[in-house]
Design a protein around this ligand. Sequence first.
Ligand code: GLN
Ligand code: ZN
Length: 736
Amino acid sequence: MTSSFPASTVLGYPRIGPDRELKRALESYWEGRSSRADLEETARRLREDTWRRLAALGLEGLPSNTFSYYDQVLDTAVLLGAVPGRYRHDDDLATYFAMARGAEGIAPLRMTKWFDTNYHYIVPEIGPDTVFSLDAAKPLAEVREARALGLETRPVLVGPVTFLLLSQATPDSPDGFAPLDRLDDVVEVYARLLAELAAEGVGWVQLDEPALVADRTAADPAAVEAAYGRLGRLENRPSLLVASYFGDLGDALPVLAGTPVEAVGLDLVRGTAHGVDALAGKTVVAGVVSGRDVWRADRDRALATLRAVRERAGRVVVSTSCSLLHVPYDVERETGLDPALRRRLAFAEQKVAEVVELAALLAATPGRHLPEHFAAQERPHTSRVRTAEGRAPYAVRAAAQAEHLKLPLLPVTTIGSFPQTGELRRARAALAAGEIGEAAYESMVRAEIEQVIALQERLGLDVLVHGEPERNDMVQYFAEHLDGFAVTRHGWVQSYGSRCTRPPILHGDVRRPEPITVRWARYAQSLTSKPVKGMLTGPVTIVAWSFVRDDLPLREVVFQVADAVREEVGDLEEAGIRVIQVDEPALRELVPLRRAEQAAYLEWAVAAYRWATSGASENTQIHTHLCYSDADEILAAIDALDADVTSIESARSRGRLLGAVGAFPRGLGPGVYDIHSPRVPGADEVERLLTEALRTVPTERLWVNPDCGLKTRSYEQVEAALANVVEAAARLRERY
Ligand code: GLN
Ligand code: ZN
């Protein structure tokens, strides 16, 4: 229990593989194309490569148990035995994937965003009767696996307080029950786990408590005290690092300082060293290299922070601000980037090297009384933020649109994308590699649009889409067509399970050199007399899902993008597009974790959306779409977007959502088809969901649509599901 913490570490590392090896292995396993042994071997190799690479880069404190087949919160639920009975299966991996992805007739657990990142975790279900039991197999196996390579590691686990704060109550829990009520029971399981890890000879364990940087409930400090008081006082345990990240610990810092844990991790990029004196006598794992952006660290600034912390607290360890899960692997592979830009960038590998270098520099300058500058850089004052005059009142718009669009009651539409076939993806790769020409690619895209329009006509949808076949991704596509962005070739970051995105890098002033989506929308509209919905990504989402320059205030960057979207809306209208959807699924994601900062953010985010859309005439129907928006928290802001129709993910959080947004005074489409699961909903099920929605949403305002875009599903699933959706809407129309 007394070994000192290594001088340099990272709180976690990407696990999907530099070439998305894990994604491929998972998908092939799920599709029955490969065995469990194949999957396990890929996973083992990825872990081995990661540990060896980190060690080769000179990192001293290697983390383990940061690998996951799907999600670390789900792993923690399994570790604690918190597996709802309906998922239990003889095969442990089948149980695991059933929770994550659903199984024959059983919906998966809810999934939601991990704090303000674009990573999604599986929400555990905890009830008053959940029986906890320890299943330490995974962390133990990883420790042994690394040891077989000659490497000692520090198992990383989601801490008990964060685990319970992120869980939801089982549906049959009594009113007033909160998962955190089970803290004592859960802490006992952690205690047993720590004993097992100690018996294994593990020196340090990292317990992640990012929930402590967000404002939660008044009960939290007491929970921190109870959990870490109890775990800290255990006789037989490894040393404990409690890692906070994504912001400042605030009031939780002195509480944690008062517990007998040996080390505390602080995010010194987003947070400050305020109050760090309280940690004197403990090890401070100082997160000075950002795990959330792709910029090289400011070495002098980081070093000054490290020295100041060292002067005020006890021992200092150099670390990343959070897990590197949120950045790509290696910028050296991005040979297509402008070298001047590339020199400014650091991905996971480069960040590890920075941590190692900073640790060496810190060790080489043991002096005290060094200058201390924690002050945030002064930022230029914003000039671009604009207020839109606003469109005509909704009643006026609704009447004009009814006249123009002549839609039936309960109009059926989709969220935009149709399945992306392997053929399309290969064609895009071939185009990028110069193997096929622009013309050949474009004719493929046109053929795909023809098919998608024909399919929707055949199925009987009311507002059609072109299917987004030309888009690799809803953000990257726009980034590729706007000045000020760069895109990477290998810069994949895990979003959920096997899904990854390649966030573009927004490094300069944003401008739209020419129309982006207009010709595809115009072509799709030329094929049908039904309205085709133009499909754009909103300014907040484009910025949220990119790595963003840090020399301008975020809102100013968002308004630059809003300018470009506004121009595109105007051009779509001019091309005869009568319905335009501006997706803003990331609106919730950027909400600051601290309440005091939230109102200001929501105000400018809404203003940017309205600036982007308010140039549209009253005849043009503006749609917006949000997913995983925990709508109740930002209800007023979604309302303030003033979109004529709002479609929103709801399959996994239905009751709560309808209660919250049912009263929206405009069109509303709560999703009736969970596109995150391969399951096809029956017409009866959809009819039941719609009937339920009609209890809160007036008939003339209810829209019928899936939860989200269809691009990850197969045509077989989509055709069957949409046929059922159309059928359910038809049945209901007969009744109203
Ligand atoms: N229009 C996008 C699509 O259908 C929306 C995706 C999203 O909300 N994440 O793919
Ligand atoms: Zn969505």
